[in-house]
Design a protein around this ligand. Structure first.
Ligand code: B4P
Length: 191
């Protein structure tokens, strides 16, 4: 199995690049953001509780996200690999993911981080907010809160993977196709 984590701050292009990577490499796309938004749209109890966290720029609690990922795995037995987009976002999630993959006799193969400046991220998210209908993209103070949460809770995840020698950083600014080519080069060199 080839298991890729696409890592980076909100708006760094994880979702955008995931769509292209899934089409090229046939990986199963696991976006916790998309799964949570589906729960919200379906008005499930999980979605109703997640909405308040997302709307205020906070992370949804680890046990909720980990449970959701566990059941996603159960629905995709036999996958040839996964692309993790927006997960793990805390060290506890990274440890839980390691345990879930170990139970399946597999592991993370590669982590690619997209590096983008904060000003570019704000610009992209406010622009997306004009058309996406996403409540977390329309208010600049919520966007700035998401960056603060990223610095405090998510950036330590990079260290978790750096220690295992699986972490690569690439420039996430420039054309979508040139960034995609940079990610593909990393995958091809490490698979
Ligand atoms: P996510 O859905 O994961 O989304 P994101 O981080 O906001 O965006 P992404 O990086 O995917 O950016 P995109 O490609 O769309 O998270 C949303 C919320 O859900 C979180 O804040 C959190 O509350 C919750 N959540 C999700 N996962 C969680 C977890 N594991 N634990 C706890 N809570 C969790 O790109 C953004 C914009 O930039 C787009 O408009 C795109 O068109 C544009 N763009 C992309 N690449 C570009 C480029 N090269 N140049 C110019 N524009 C570009």
């Amino acid at each position: 199995m080839f298991n890729l984590v696409l890592f980076g701050p909100p708006g760094s292009g994880k979702g955008t690049q995931s769509d292209k990577l899934v089409a090229s490499y046939g990986l199963i796309h696991l976006s916790t953001g998309n799964l949570l938004r589906k729960e919200i749209a379906d008005q499930t109890p999980l979605g109703l509780s997640a909405k308040s966290y997302i709307d205020s720029g906070k992370l949804v609690p680890d046990q909720v996200v980990i449970g959701m990922v566990d059941s996603f795995f159960d629905q995709h037995i036999g996958a040839k690999g996964f692309l993790f987009d927006g997960f793990p976002r805390t060290v506890a999630q990274a440890q839980a993911l390691d345990e879930l993959l170990t139970k399946k006799n597999t592991a993370i193969s590669l982590v690619v981080a997209l590096e983008v400046s904060e000003e570019e991220l704000v610009k992209r998210l406010l622009q997306r907010g004009q058309t996406s209908g996403r409540s977390d993209d329309t208010d600049e103070s919520v966007i700035r809160k998401r960056f603060a949460v990223y610095t405090q809770e998510t950036s330590p995840v990079a260290e978790h993977y750096r220690l295992s020698g699986k972490f690569r950083s690439i420039a996430g600014e420039g054309s979508i196709d040139s960034i995609f080519a940079g990610i593909c080069a990393q995958i091809d060199a490490n698979s």
